[in-house]
Design a protein around this ligand. Structure first.
Ligand SMILES: [Mg+2]
Length: 286
């Protein structure tokens, strides 16, 4: 166990900047631990801005649109432009296009910003009590999930009993999130509740699952490739969670870097092969 751990070399941000064309940062546990910035993160971002080094922030959190999030970063001394922020909510647009769902009726369980993401994607957002074609489980951040899921589950069952098949999507597949004093359920868990109930009532319907868009799935990384000019895959992803940041980067063939500033307990020796980082990093000191 110790051997596997020792095989993973340490690297610094300065070395990454030298070796890679684009740096990708996870947000929580790497740049911020709400409501504070992670030590050295503001200087690191300032340095990249000064160098005009291409970078993006890849966050599964879909509770805020890019402008809202950039303003919150600014309050913590992180000068990150909105167009450098890629959240799982933004991926709805491509998903709606690919699935041909523009103008379909859509119920969104989540924050006001989650609703904006669905509207930007082309969905016709209706109140949660109404009939719908697409269910978007967005990020909560105070949204009263338990009060709304009962109504939405009833609508889902009625639709399926009538022979209609609603489309299901959860931009952020995370199961829980860290808070200042503990943890909360994230949208992936809410999607899982619906899936469990649907599987029990319609055991033969293997299609009644949610599309999941955020890390470790490739869509967010593909969006970073798309936004880089000239396009390059010579990227390094810095994250604190092996099962999302590291696995996602490894899956798309870019270099993964596990930073030790996050709150997660990581025993590198026990990680499955696909979740092992290419490098380790102590922090973002420049
Ligand atoms: Mg994180």
């Amino acid at each position: 166990m110790e051997g596997a751990l020792n095989n993973i070399p340490y690297i610094t941000l300065a070395e990454l900047v030298e070796r890679f064309d684009v740096i990708l940062f996870d947000s929580d546990g790497v740049l911020v631990s709400w409501p504070s910035a992670i030590p050295h993160a503001p200087e690191a971002i300032a340095r990249l801005n000064e160098l005009h080094k291409p970078y993006f922030v890849l966050t599964n959190d879909a509770s805020q649109v890019a402008e809202t999030r950039a303003a919150r970063y600014a309050q913590l001394g992180l000068a990150i432009e909105p167009d450098k922020i890629i959240s799982s909510g933004m991926l709805l647009k491509t998903w709606f296009q690919e699935q041909g769902l523009e103008a379909y009726r859509c119920v969104v369980l989540g924050t006001e910003d989650s609703v904006i993401y669905a509207r930007d994607a082309g969905g016709q957002v209706v109140p949660f009590e109404e009939d719908f074609d697409v269910l978007v489980v967005g990020d909560q951040d105070g949204f009263p999930f338990l009060d709304t899921t009962r109504t939405v589950l009833t609508t889902l069952f009625r639709k399926l009993d009538r022979g209609e098949t609603p489309r299901l999507v959860v931009p952020n597949p995370d199961l829980y999130y860290p808070e200042r004093d503990g943890f909360g359920f994230a949208s992936g868990t809410v999607a899982g509740m619906f899936e469990a109930a649907l599987a029990l009532r319609y055991p033969d319907r293997l299609d009644l699952t949610f599309a999941r868009l955020g890390k470790p799935h490739p869509a967010m990384f593909e969006e970073a490739f798309r936004r880089t000019h000239p396009h390059t895959r010579n990227m390094a992803m810095i994250g604190d969670t092996p099962s999302t940041d590291i696995r996602g980067a490894n899956n798309v063939g870019i270099t993964s870097v596990l930073v030790e500033t996050g709150g997660g307990l990581v025993d590198l020796g026990s990680l499955p092969e696909g979740d092992r980082p290419g490098f380790r990093m102590r922090g973002l000191a420049v």
